[in-house]
Design a protein around this ligand. Structure first.
Ligand code: ACM
Length: 268
């Protein structure tokens, strides 16, 4: 299974320019079964007014950006997970779409909104879903979802081999934490992060790059630097993510003491 990430610097509020950058990069890429693209790849991140979202957000799957991603996925005979600024009625969602060679498959709406995202987006309400990508089971999360291990855990219990994690990271902890998400769930993770500084009025954010692919054995199978616009593809072996034994006597799922974890489900 050939999987990878694309790291780039989106142009704020310009979906046409963003799809043009993405399609040029993907044209030059080696083949892939799954490619993960950053959060809000059609729009950029630093919104200060709702009318900016009005300009760039789109209905899924009928919108321009999804249509273009469908063309690319068909041409390259691969699956794509991409972050997208979604409009539904008069609401906006920070979403990811899964698209395959036969077209649009599904949407995940980010459930844990970060900081100023709460001013503009509605949180997603799940449910968590698992998808089949050429025999590999995948789940989708977006950026700040990483800090809630329950989200990855649920997907892992549902059987994912790989977490497709589209990101626009501004805190520096995630890339290290994803190694833990990998080992504690014995899954692969792909964090596709963006790069660059985006400034809009008084708000300016630096994005951390360092996109990566992590393995159940706590390796970084591929890694980008803090600034480059790049695609990296690696071969992964699903035997690794299907084996949940850490020692002869320790299965990470069977050994859970769910009788002692009931507080996790307390409302407050
Ligand atoms: C983030 O969730 N985009 C930091």
């Amino acid at each position: 299974m050939k999987v990878g990430f694309l790291q780039f610097k989106p142009v704020f509020c310009d979906a046409e320019e963003n799809i043009s950058i993405l399609s040029k990069m993907i044209d030059q890429s080696e083949s892939f079964d799954l490619l993960v693209i950053p959060e809000l790849a059609n729009s950029g991140y630093v919104f200060v007014e709702k009318n900016e979202l009005e300009q760039v957000a789109e209905e899924i799957p009928s919108g321009f950006f999804v249509e273009k991603l469908e063309e690319i996925a068909k041409q390259r005979d691969g699956f794509i997970v991409s972050g997208i600024c979604e409009k539904k009625g008069n609401k906006f969602f920070n979403s990811s779409v899964l698209i395959g060679p036969d077209g649009y498959i599904s949407t995940y709406r980010k459930i844990h909104l970060f900081d100023r995202e709460k001013l503009f987006f509605e949180p997603g309400n799940g449910p968590f879903k698992v998808f089949d990508v050429k025999g590999m089971k995948i789940g989708m999360l977006i950026c700040f979802d990483w800090v809630f291990p329950e989200a990855t855990r649920i997907l892992a219990i549902m059987g994912i081999d790989l977490l497709a994690h589209s990101a626009n990271l501004v805190l520096s902890y995630c890339q290290t934490a994803m190694l833990t998400r990998s080992v504690e769930n014995q899954i692969f993770t792909i964090t596709a992060n963006r790069v660059g500084t985006e400034t809009n009025g008084d708000v300016s954010l630096d994005f951390t790059g360092l996109s990566q692919i992590t393995s159940p054995s706590v390796q970084r199978l591929a890694e980008a630097d803090k600034k480059e616009e790049v695609i990296k593809i690696v071969e992964i072996d699903l035997e690794e993510s299907r084996d949940k034994w850490l020692s002869e006597r320790n299965n990470i799922f069977d050994d859970r003491r769910t009788d002692l974890y009931t507080r996790l489900l307390d409302i407050q």
